[in-house]
Write a protein that binds this ligand. Structure first.
Ligand SMILES: [Zn+2]
Length: 495
């Protein structure tokens, strides 16, 4: 009998494991295995790379989803999710692993919405920015569950208080009409930051990220910049006061996109706190200096918000499935927001991209710059805007641009008497959908080459909903999987 019971018990345990799926906490080793498993499942649309190492030598892995992994395609925006920056706030880490599996599975099933997202967006997912802290938090015994144990990195530093403080410079610049974006780093920044922070700064300097979220726990709210209060210090503390960015309305909309797509965040009452619409300006909640979201906004083109996702920083395993179902739509809907606004090319007379051209929107004191190939992305709410492109050696030019809620492509072409007039679009047909029109900007003699190609990025038709099966499991099933893209060299499993 006992001989029979052993295999029976094992079979039962296996069934149970299958039933609970992957809703388990992942140690560092298990997290790495899970990332590489996704990469193996979806090799043509994923890539794994490491930003470097934590203090204790763990890799800071990123999983990328794209139809051309490893390449920036002009006009295809870069998006990122960062989890587990505080080592003891672990829900984001598990959600990002779930999201990775979900994107891969749905892509393979031919889910139209996910396929479109992966084809039109380059998505970077870093489940853990603080793998050392996680191990400390995860290895506590249940009785010694210190609220802050494992929050910091292995040098005892809070990584969300470790980025160079650019707010102080920005707040000064506001008064003196100094630069309103891409605030330079202090010369000695490297000596001031931790290895994990340095790796992230390098990362966000090398990719032209457009939109991002940083996943935390301990509350349930979508928090948007600024985090650092504008007000003077009172007894060594920055006072809490609403400190909006020039993109305040846009940030509120981005935060609401998450909170309203989330199971309960938008309801406002969570963890004993109330936040109207489930969102808050960071500094009006509590002021913090040297945080990552403000740094993204002030140092790069990236708009980042901070998502507080669970009252319990280290939720029990049995909560993970419910949390995933509450966050799944929000995680996808927030990524889709990267396509809101305008984007285009800034080109010279030979149709070469101009790097670092500045795009300014009248009435919004925060500029963005064009990336390595001359493409730019400017998140904007629906409306009509005067947009000016300037680059060294070229005459600045302004055009009027209308962004619709989900409008059709905006294609326009202006001719001016005595000017070189319109030239054809600079983009190849095909990969980016319909041929885009071009404005002739900068039509001075011989220097007429700046040709921003601008269109509204709305997707035109409502996006398909997830199925509403009671288990939340019914999903769109479309045509068979379509794999495109070059061969991708597998990254060897680390020792
Ligand atoms: Zn946190």
């Amino acid at each position: 009998m006992a001989q029979l019971l052993g295999p029976l018990l094992r079979a039962l345990l296996l069934c149970q494991a299958a039933a609970t799926g992957n809703f388990v906490h992942h140690s560092y080793k298990e997290m790495v295995q899970a990332l590489f498993a996704v990469q193996n499942e979806c090799p043509y649309v994923t890539r794994i790379y490491s930003l470097g190492h934590s203090v204790q030598g763990r890799h800071l892995y990123v999983l990328e989803f794209s139809d051309y992994p490893g390449l920036h395609e002009p006009l295809e925006p870069e998006f990122k999710y960062v989890g587990n920056m505080h080592g003891n706030e672990v829900l984001g880490r598990e959600l990002l692993l779930q999201l990775s599996e979900f994107l891969c599975e749905e892509y393979r099933r031919g889910n139209e919405r996910i396929t479109r997202l992966i084809h039109d967006t380059r998505i970077h997912i870093m489940p853990s920015m603080n793998p050392d802290g996680y191990e400390v938090a995860a290895n506590q015994s249940p009785t010694t569950n210190g609220y802050l144990t494992g929050r910091n990195n292995a040098n005892g530093v809070d990584l969300n208080r470790n980025f160079p403080d650019l707010n102080t410079i920005m707040y000064h610049n506001e008064k003196s009409s100094g630069p309103n974006h891409h605030i330079p780093l202090p010369n000695n920044w490297r000596s001031q930051v931790e290895p994990e922070t340095a790796a992230v700064i390098q990362w966000i300097s090398s990719y032209n990220f457009v939109l991002s979220a940083n996943l935390h726990g301990g509350a349930v709210v979508a928090n948007y910049p600024y985090d650092k209060s504008h007000s003077q210090r009172v007894r060594g503390q920055w006072t809490t006061t609403n400190t909006p960015t020039p993109d305040d309305k846009l940030f509120q909309k981005l935060a609401k996109t998450y909170s309203y797509a989330h199971g309960w965040m938008h309801q406002g009452w969570n963890c004993g706190d109330y936040f109207a619409d489930g969102i808050t300006n960071g500094a009006s909640w509590y002021s913090l200096s040297k945080g990552m979201q403000d740094f993204n906004y002030l140092y790069t083109n990236c708009f980042e918000i901070t998502l507080e996702l669970s009252c319990n920083k280290f939720p029990p395993q049995e909560d993970l499935e419910r949390e995933w179902l509450a966050n799944r739509e929000a995680l996808v809907a927030f990524m889709e927001e990267v396509h809101q606004g305008i984007k285009g090319m800034v080109l010279d007379e030979n149709n070469n991209g101009i790097v670092g051209a500045v795009l300014s929107v009248q009435g919004i004191g925060h500029d963005v710059t064009s990336g390595d190939q001359g493409d730019y992305f400017r998140l904007l709410l629906p409306g009509t805007y005067a947009v000016t492109a300037s680059a060294r050696g070229y005459q600045p030019q302004t055009v009027s641009v209308t962004v619709g809620p989900a409008g059709p492509s905006l294609v326009s072409c202006a001719r001016r008497a005595g000017r070189p007039g319109c030239v054809g679009p600079a983009l190849p047909r095909g990969r980016h959908g319909p041929r885009l029109g071009a404005w002739c900007w900068g039509c001075s003699n011989r220097r007429w080459g700046r040709l921003p190609v601008t269109r509204s990025l709305g997707w035109g038709s409502p996006l398909p909903e997830w199925g509403n099966g009671e288990d939340g499991a019914s999903r769109e099933v479309g045509s068979s999987p379509r794999f495109v893209g070059p061969d991708v060299q597998p990254v060897p499993m680390p020792p």
